[in-house]
Design a protein around this ligand. Sequence first.
Ligand code: CMP
Length: 149
Amino acid sequence: MEKTLVIIKPDGVQRGLIGPILTRFELRGFRILALKMLTVPKEMAEKHYAVHQGKFFYNDLVNYISSGPVVAMILEGVEAIKAVRLMVGATRPYEAAPGTIRGDYALTGLRNLIHASDSPDTAAAEIALWFPGNEVQSYSRDLDRWIYE
Ligand code: CMP
């Protein structure tokens, strides 16, 4: 099983898309291991996007993710990192395939609604940054045997 970090960004919260986005992940079969709403401090946003430091869009990214409440979660499932990224869709919303979250709900630039870890190393670092301490549950569900062989 893999764990991945997902953030519903300020535009997702403001547009009332927390429920629809969570529903997609639950219906796909992912287990939610941690879930919280927070307004991201600037320093944490800078750490989260450190890999983009120096790029022309870095300041806008940091300012945007810390501009209002976001919902962060850890999802668990088989090949969760890749599967969630495919559900999220292309970074540029206008290029995201219909059926993906961005392809169905987003259209432009920074308003791409959602972030998801892009590799096992990134997922581990992001989970540690967003959910430090004892905030992560570990459990199984009765329905898991109908999702996993
Ligand atoms: P996210 O999945 O949060 O991770 C990095 C973010 O950087 C990405 O979403 C986009 O919002 C943003 N991003 C990546 N590439 C570009 C780009 N070329 N121009 C503007 N923003 C970008």
